[in-house]
Structure formats: structure tokens, C-alpha cells
Design a protein around this ligand. Structure first.
Ligand code: CA
Length: 232
């Protein structure tokens, strides 16, 4: 079955171009020209992925992203005309999976759509198969079910947060630069986005801190590492 991609974008011309590219790649595009329409299309069409512009009439992209995230873990890629770092930080902070800035090449966006769907579908289809556990101190991570527990309680991590923590857990005590972390989690070799790494590390730390687990250490000038040494 063709996967449905909801495009929420008020620039009709851009929306049509993206829809055409996605169609060629075997997806079924659905276009919504306002935030309100996007909300309705999300509810009625159950898309497999959402491309969400930030500056939209009626309901803006940030608000719609938050709203959708409350109900669904569908992959969301935000698109924006703004190139400010702050937007990127906000977008990832409210649960978007990825972010592109206009102008971008439609082919690059299609590649990101595929990468995000692959990751998302991979995490879903692996549930209920063999157990593949990593135990780090009070933290247990199950790569198959994508469930992490801290002191026996389920840690509410997003897929990407899980990927990052799991990446650290594979090489405890090894220091990774932000670039290494970025390339491992996002996998786009053409750019390195320090801010995304910082945002995710902070979010994971915040979630771990509720269990008094201070496992992710900053190594000044070098990057981050996972360490349980200073656990009290
Ligand atoms: Ca717009």
C-alpha cells in the first residue's frame, strides 16, 4: 500500500512541486493549505508522515506539531522559510523529528522523508521479536521494543532520544564529538548540526534526572560520553 504523506504548506506552488516529487517516488501526497486544514487532514487521512510548514494561516506549524504530537508519534518534518537556529531548536523541542529550511531541493526532502519512514517503520516492525537488552547501571534499554527503563520504570523517550541514548550505551565511557553523534543519529553526512545534538542531550538528561541518573557527561571541548562512574 502506498504511504500517505500530508503536506501542510500555504505556498500552493511549493506544495504542488513536493506532491509531484512524492508521487513519482510512489507516495500518496495529500495537500493542506492552512493549519486548520492540516489538522482536519491529519484526523481523516491518518498520514504515514507529515511535512509541516511553520508560518501558516489560522494555526501555525509549531502549534499544530504540538497538537499532533500529543496524540500520535507519526514522523513530522518541519519546513520553514526562517533559517534562525532558534526555530530549529523549538521545532525539535516540541517533538518534530526533522527540520529543513527553504530553499531546499525537493530531492533532498524526499530522501529525508524516506529516511524518517524507514526509521519509524523499522522501530514498529521489530516489536515482539527477540529481546536485545543493554544494561547500564540503573538503565535498561531494549533495542527491539525500543523501550528503556530507569530504576525499573519506563522512560518516556522519543525514537530519536532512544537512538541517541542507545548509541552512547554501545560504547560506555567513550567520548563522542557532537559531529559523530549527529552523523550517527541523523545520518546526513552533508551537515553537522551542533544544536540538535545539544537539544537532544538536554532532553535525555532531563528525563534521566527524574530518576537521579546523571549518566551523560559533558567533556568540555570534546563532546559527551555515557558514564555511571559518578553515580551516588
Ligand atoms: Ca508558509
Amino acid at each position: 500500500m502506498r504511504e500517505k504523506i500530508l503536506i501542510v504548506e500555504d505556498e500552493k506552488e511549493l506544495a504542488d512541486i513536493l506532491a509531484a516529487y512524492l508521487e513519482v517516488e510512489g507516495f500518496t501526497p495529500i495537500i493542506a493549505l492552512t493549519g486548520e486544514e492540516g489538522r482536519a487532514c491529519f484526523a481523516s487521512n491518518k498520514p504515514n508522515l507529515i511535512l509541516l510548514d511553520i508560518m501558516l494561516p489560522k494555526v501555525n506549524g509549531f502549534d499544530l506539531c504540538k497538537e499532533i504530537r500529543d496524540k500520535s508519534d507519526v514522523p513530522i518534518i518541519m519546513i520553514s522559510a526562517k533559517s534562525g537556529e532558534m526555530d530549529k531548536v523549538i521545532a525539535l523541542g516540541i517533538g518534530a523529528d526533522d527540520y529543513v529550511t527553504k530553499p531546499f531541493s525537493p530531492l533532498e526532502l524526499v530522501a529525508r522523508v524516506k529516511a524518517n519512514l524507514r526509521r519509524y517503520n523499522g522501530t514498529k516492525s521489530n516489536v515482539n521479536t527477540l529481546v536485545d537488552k543493554v544494561v547500564i547501571g540503573e538503565l535498561i534499554m531494549n533495542k527491539i521494543s525500543y523501550v528503556a527503563t530507569a530504576r525499573g520504570e519506563v522512560l518516556p523517550l522519543t525514537t530519536k532520544e532512544f537512538d541517541m541514548l542507545y548509541f552512547f550505551s554501545q560504547n560506555p565511557s567513550q567520548v563522542f564529538s557532537k559531529e559523530q553523534i549527529y552523523n550517527n543519529i541523523w545520518g546526513y553526512s552533508e551537515c553537522c548540526d551542533d544544536n540538535s545534538v545539544t537539544v537532544y542531550v538536554n532532553r535525555i538528561r532531563e528525563k534521566l534526572s527524574k530518576y537521579n541518573l546523571d549518566y551523560i557527561k559533558t567533556v568540555w571541548g570534546a563532546g559527551y560520553k555515557l558514564s555511571i562512574e559518578s553515580l551516588m
